[in-house]
Design a protein around this ligand. Structure first.
Ligand code: CUA
Length: 238
């Protein structure tokens, strides 16, 4: 019995871990995470109900003699029921998705706009209304400095091939496509340094396309903007 319990824990643990998305650090990411949790809980409930029901009918209707249990056929009520339940579930999850998407795609007025340019093989960050420019290169991981708690508007472009702007802790990824500007907003809620990388295979040095998002207090951000560079050893300032 003890052994069975341990085996069950061994099986359950990876499943539990696989079900965990990292805690998001942006408002948009939190909306995504919340929607994900609703899906997870809905799926777990459906699984639990179906599994229990299945076990119950296996035990309840196991063969005892040659007599058949009551045979139900063409029940309109049952047909309606098992059409209505999944339909309601899908509609509910649709609404949850739309609401999360509205938060992720919302375009709040923001006073910080950063032009992000992906190129083979690094990133360039230009702050609109300022000379501040951060450019990464071989052996130099660029750092996008942003203030905490305010929406940051990002204009994402590519100067050559398709890349992908990915910040795992923001639960957000968007492609940088040549000839197109993809715009989105990110509102970081926690001071810290977050890893970012290109998530689209774009050539031999794709793996070098790393960057960092450095979230700082608002006054520190103002200092960073006026000094032209954040005092960080990364990124080429002007
Ligand atoms: Cu750029 Cu991969």
């Amino acid at each position: 019995m003890k052994k069975a319990g341990r085996q069950l824990a061994l099986v359950a643990l990876p499943l539990l871990i696989a079900g965990c998305a990292p805690a998001a650090v942006t408002t948009e990411g939190r909306a995504t995470h919340d929607a994900y949790n609703v899906f997870l809980i809905a799926a777990a409930c459906v699984f639990g109900i179906v599994a229990l029901w299945l076990l119950w009918s296996i035990v309840r209707y196991r063969r005892r003699n040659d007599e058949l249990p009551a045979q139900i056929d063409g029940s309109t009520r049952l047909e309606l029921l098992w059409t209505a339940i999944p339909l309601a579930l899908v509609l509910f999850l649709f609404v949850v998705s739309i609401r999360a998407q509205n938060t992720v795609l919302s375009d709040p007025p923001s006073r910080v706009t950063i032009d992000v340019t992906a190129f083979m093989w690094s990133w360039q960050f230009d702050y609109e209304g300022s000379d501040t420019q951060i450019i990464g290169g071989p052996g130099n991981v660029p750092e996008m400095v942003v203030p905490v708690g305010v929406p940051i508007h990002i204009k994402l472009r590519s100067s050559d091939v398709v890349h992908s702007f990915y910040v795992p802790r923001a639960l957000f990824k968007r492609q940088a496509i040549p000839g197109t500007t993809n715009e989105f907003d990110m509102n970081f809620q926690r001071v810290g340094v977050y890893h970012g990388q290109c998530a689209q295979f774009c050539g031999v040095n794709h793996a070098d396309m790393l960057f960092r998002v450095k979230v700082v207090a608002q006054d520190e951000f103002e200092r960073f903007l006026t000094s032209g560079r954040g005092g960080a050893p990364t990124g080429g300032g002007t």
